[in-house]
Design a protein around this ligand. Structure first.
Ligand code: C5P
Length: 408
C-alpha cells in the first residue's frame, strides 16, 4: 500500500524512540522508503547506526555539517519526502514546531516543509495535559498537522494516563490514510452527530453526560478524508473542530434533531452523539432557588426525541445508510442487536462504556460492528483508527463514487 512512498521520519528524544525502530521495519515491509532525522536528544535513546541499518539510508542530525548539507540540505530532505512523521514527538518538539523555531535540523526541516506532517506524541501524562502542550497541539492541528495518539496506559515513568506513543501499526495506519489519494466517498454527503447534549433545568443548571465527542469527531474527520461532504452536528465539547468538516454547534437534543433535519438529504448518517434521553419537562426560566429547610425540588422529566430513530424512519428522505452507536455497560452485543432492530438503523457500533474500560473521554475504544449480516468484533484501537475503519467500511458499502458510476 505504501509502495514507492518516501517517509522522512524525525526521531526526537523520548523513551518511545525504540518503537520507531519497529515503525521503520513496518513501513519498509509495505514498500515505503524511510530516511531519518535524529535529534541530539533522540540520539540518547536510539543510535544513528540502528536507524541507518534499518533504513539503509544515511541518518541526518547536524544542521551545520558541510557533508550533510552538500549531500542533502535541509530543504532537500523535505522536498524528497511525501510525508514527514515525527515519532516520538516530545512536548519540546511540539512547542518548537508551534513557535516556528528553527534551532536544529529537525525543527528547521519541519519549518521548511510544505509536505503533510504527522506527529505521534509521547510524553509524561502531565506534560501532555499541561495547558502549554494543549495550546501547542491545537495550534498545530489548525495549521494542518495530523496527530496519531497518544494512547492511554502505563508509562515508563511509572504513571498511568494519556502519553504513550501510539503503537507502530497504528502509526502505519495513519500514514496510509494520509498518503492515500483515493477519495472513495467523493460526491457523497454525510451527517455525523457527536458529543453529549445539555438539557437545561434552569438558566444555570443542566443534565448532561461524560461524552467527549472524540469518537464522533474522529468519524467526521475520517469520512471527510475519504472525500465525503460532511456536516458534523456537535453538542458542547472541548475537542477541536476536525479539519475539512462543516460544524454545527448545538446544546440540547431538540436543537440537535433540528440541525440534523436542516442538514438536508445525506447518503450516510452516523449518530455517535450521547443524546440525553430526558429533558426537564418544564425548564425554569429563572434560577431555581434553594430554600433553607425546604425539600429539594422534584424534577419532572420528559423524553427527548430519538434522533437516530427519526433519521432511520423509512421514506424517500432516509439516508442510504444509517449507523447508530450503542454505549452499554453490560450484555454489550445482545443489547446492541436488539437496539438495531428497535431503532431501525442499518448498522450499530457497540461499545462497552463501563468505567473500567475508560472509553468515555479516553483515547481507545473496543467496538463490535453489528449489521444484518451479523457481528464483527474489532480489536481495541485508537478512536482515530476505529473511525478510519468505519469510514472505510462505509466507503465499501457504497462502492464506487457516484461520479464514477455515472461515467460507466
Ligand atoms: O437509546 P440509546 O441512547 O442507547 O441509543 C444510542 C444510539 O441512539 C446512538 O447512536 C445515539 O446517538 C442515538 N440516540 C439519538 N437520540 C436519542 C438517543 C439516542 O440519536 N435521543
Amino acid at each position: 500500500m505504501l509502495h514507492g512512498k518516501r517517509v522522512l521520519l524525525i526521531v526526537t528524544g523520548g523513551i518511545a524512540a525504540f518503537k520507531s525502530l519497529d515503525l521503520i521495519r513496518r513501513l519498509r515491509e509495505r514498500g515505503a522508503s524511510v530516511r531519518c532525522v535524529l535529534t541530539e536528544a533522540g540520539a540518547k535513546f536510539v543510535t544513528p547506526l540502528s536507524l541507518q541499518a534499518l533504513t539503509e539510508e544515511k541518518v541526518y542530525s547536524d544542521m551545520f555539517s558541510l557533508t550533510d548539507e552538500s549531500e542533502m540540505g535541509h530543504i532537500q530532505l523535505s522536498r524528497d519526502a511525501d510525508l514527514l512523521v515525527v515519532a516520538p514527538a516530545t512536548a519540546n518538539i511540539l512547542a518548537r514546531m508551534a513557535a516556528g523555531m528553527a534551532d536544529d535540523l529537525a525543527a528547521t526541516v519541519l519549518l521548511a516543509t510544505d509536505k503533510p506532517v504527522l506527529a505521534a506524541p509521547a510524553m509524561n501524562v502531565r506534560m501532555w495535559t499541561h495547558a502549554a502542550t494543549v495550546a501547542n497541539v491545537e495550534t498545530l492541528k489548525k495549521r494542518g498537522v495530523t496527530f496519531v495518539g497518544p494512547n492511554e496506559g502505563a508509562m515508563a515513568c511509572n504513571e498511568f494516563g494519556p502519553g504513550r506513543m501510539s503503537e507502530p501499526l497504528e502509526i502505519v495506519a495513519a500514514i496510509e490514510a494520509l498518503l492515500t489519494s483515493e477519495k472513495p466517498l467523493a460526491g457523497r454527503r454525510a451527517l455525523v452527530t457527536s458529543g453529549p447534549t445539555r438539557e437545561a433545568l434552569d438558566p444555570v443548571r443542566y443534565i448532561s453526560n461524560h461524552s467527549s465527542g472524540k469518537q464522533g469527531h474522529a468519524i467526521a474527520h475520517a469520512l471527510a478524508r475519504l472525500g465525503a461532504d460532511v456536516t458534523l452536528v456537535s453538542g458542547p465539547v472541548v475537542v477541536p473542530d476536525p479539519a475539512g468538516v462543516r460544524v454545527v454547534r448545538v446544546d440540547s437534543a431538540d436543537q440537535m434533531l433540528a440541525a440534523c433535519l436542516a442538514a438536508g438529504a445525506v447518503d450516510v448518517a452516523v449518530c455517535a452523539a450521547a443524546v440525553a434521553d430526558w429533558k426537564a419537562a418544564k425548564p425554569a426560566t429563572a434560577k431555581i432557588k434553594k430554600k433553607t429547610g425546604a425539600q429539594p425540588p422534584a424534577l419532572e422529566l420528559a423524553p427527548n426525541p430519538d434522533i437516530l430513530a427519526t433519521l432511520s424512519k423509512p421514506g424517500a428522505k432516509r439516508p442510504g445508510l444509517v449507523v447508530g452507536f450503542a454505549a452499554e455497560t453490560e450484555e454489550v452485543v445482545a443489547n446492541a442487536i436488539e437496539k438495531r432492530t428497535r431503532k431501525g438503523c442499518d448498522w450499530i457500533v457497540a461499545n462497552d462504556v463501563s468505567p473500567a474500560k475508560g472509553t468515555f473521554g479516553g483515547e481507545r475504544n473496543t467496538v463490535h460492528l453489528i449489521s444484518a449480516k451479523g457481528v464483527e468484533d474489532w480489536p481495541t484501537l485508537a478512536k482515530e483508527e476505529v473511525a478510519l475503519r468505519l469510514a472505510g467500511r462505509i466507503a465499501l458499502h457504497f462502492g464506487q463514487p457516484p461520479k464514477a458510476q455515472a461515467a460507466e
